[in-house]
Design a protein around this ligand. Structure first.
Ligand code: CMX
Length: 437
């Protein structure tokens, strides 16, 4: 057993009695109630999922294992010569809730090296798709193709399945997915946008740095990749990608089935695809400007044009958050401290939208949250570093989101959570309850 797996086992064993006690002794304690609005309106705010990986406060934003984003970046061991932690150290932290020592991080990095090679048949499956396929289709198909080697599926069908040990096999698959997904993403990028000019893994590099290397990016981009993957990892359990992954895995579908499904949810424009939509919106707007400077007036007009056409302003609003997303702020701060980026015309335009959109959305009066979310800022950074193919941006999100989704389902199995099966009602029933007041 690796150090990380041992530590995780220790944590899972310590946690199990808490869940048993809550279920057995306090199972009937009421923690929420449901109204008709929530029933019709996407189950918004109903407390019905459990996770200890992250928690989203509407005012404060995300905390990973109890730490805010700045606290997380501060606490974790950094990549050599960088201000940012490695993704591997963050993975250890998400799984165990403990800040790893540099030696523990080195052990995870070594473990990932043994896991990160993507089988050839996966590449063949992705290559068989039409080149025009969206890169999210390619990513989802690539993950699905890897299912053949699922250790969890083999454990289940091998006749020795038992609930207590099942988490170990989820951990194995989850770790393989997390280690391989950036390599698969780099393959898709090179296949689609660099004439299939593939670059081999550099075994000396950590995950984020290796991704930068494999897509032919600069030294500076290594930190962009590390920051980006960590920021996009987890946003508690109710968002579409995390919830889908949890739901599918709750049927004991293995992590490959579960995360491929999660990625399909991430590909929706109201969720992860919004980062691509933001860039599309900005480019359309720049075209209309025809060389003129963006001003508060012309940005206001463009925002109203979008709203009056019945469309949403991508990158703004959130189902839970009621303030500026700290993931937006972390990326904005990265832009502000990066010479060149802070003076970049696209960054200036995004900053102008930030000044303008909350007022316009408030006046429009529909959204409960007029502030920017993570997707409003992320594309600008990618664009600046030359990653201009914006239909790839959700793939980057998907690489990061694997960390949270895989940590969550490893714990789901560790704690033996049940198959998810909420109850539905009919419209007649709702009308009857409405009439009864
Ligand atoms: N622009 C215009 N209208 C918006 C809006 C926006 N950015 N955000 C919300 N609204 C509208 C909704 O469409 C809804 O209108 P209807 O009543 O006509 O249906 C109304 O405001 C109320 O919505 P809400 O309760 O504030 O928001 P929801 O919880 O229903 O939806 C979200 C949340 C993110 C889907 C929505 O804010 C949105 O569509 N934003 C733009 C897309 C986006 O940036 N998505 C990425 C979110 C982060 C992520 O998952 O990656």
């Amino acid at each position: 057993m690796t150090q990380l797996k041992e530590k995780l086992f220790e944590k899972i064993q310590a946690h199990r009695p808490r869940i048993t006690r809550l279920t057995k002794e306090f199972g009937s304690v009421v923690i929420d109630k449901v109204d008709i609005g929530q029933c019709i309106g996407g189950a918004r705010d109903i407390r019905s999922l459990v996770t200890d990986i992250s928690y989203l406060d509407p005012q404060e934003g995300i905390r990973f294992r109890g730490k805010t984003i700045p606290e997380t970046f501060e606490a974790l061991p950094k990549a050599a010569g960088s201000e940012y932690p490695t993704v591997e150290s963050f993975w250890y932290f998400l799984l165990t809730g403990e800040v790893p020592t540099p030696a523990q991080v080195a052990a995870v990095e070594a473990e990932f090296k043994t896991r990160q090679v993507v089988p050839e048949y996966v590449y063949a499956a992705v290559r068989a798709l039409p080149k025009e396929s969206h890169p999210m289709v390619m990513l989802s198909v690539g993950i699905m193709a890897m299912q053949k080697d699922s250790k969890f599926a083999a454990f289940y069908s091998g006749g020795k399945f038992n609930k207590m040990d099942a988490w170990e096999y989820v951990y194995e698959d989850a770790s393989d997915i997390v280690a391989r997904i950036p390599v698969l993403a780099a393959f898709i990028y090179n296949l689609k946008y660099r004439g299939d000019k593939q670059i081999s893994i550099d075994p000396k590099l950590d995950m984020g740095a290796n991704f930068a290397h494999m897509i032919g990016q600069s030294e500076q981009y290594k930190d962009v990749a590390r920051m980006y993957f960590i920021l996009h990892s987890d946003h508690e359990s109710g968002n579409v990608s995390a919830h889908t992954t949890h739901l599918v895995h709750s049927a004991l579908s293995d992590p490959y089935y579960a995360y491929s499904a999660g990625l399909n949810g991430l590909a929706g424009p109201l969720h992860g695809l919004a980062n691509q939509e933001v860039l599309g919106w900005i480019m359309e707007f720049q075209k209309k400007l025809n060389g003129a400077e963006p001003t508060k007036e012309n940005v206001t007009k463009a925002l109203w044009d979008t709203l009056n056409a019945g469309q949403v302003v991508p990158g703004y609003g959130h189902a839970v958050l009621r303030k500026t997303d700290p993931r937006y702020t972390a990326q904005r701060e990265f832009c502000l401290k990066t010479p060149g980026l802070k003076d970049d015309p696209l960054f200036k335009l995004v900053a102008m939208i930030f000044e303008t959109a909350p007022g316009v959305l408030t006046e429009h009066g529909k959204t409960k949250n007029p502030w920017p979310n993570v997707d409003a800022q992320s594309g600008v950074i990618q664009w600046y570093y030359g990653l201009k193919e914006w239909d790839f941006y959700t793939v980057l999100f998907g690489v990061g989101r694997a960390l949270g989704c895989m940590a969550n389902i490893t714990w789901d199995r560790g704690l033996g959570y049940a198959i998810e099966r909420p109850k539905s009602v009919t419209t007649d029933m709702l009308e009857k309850w409405a009439a009864e007041g």
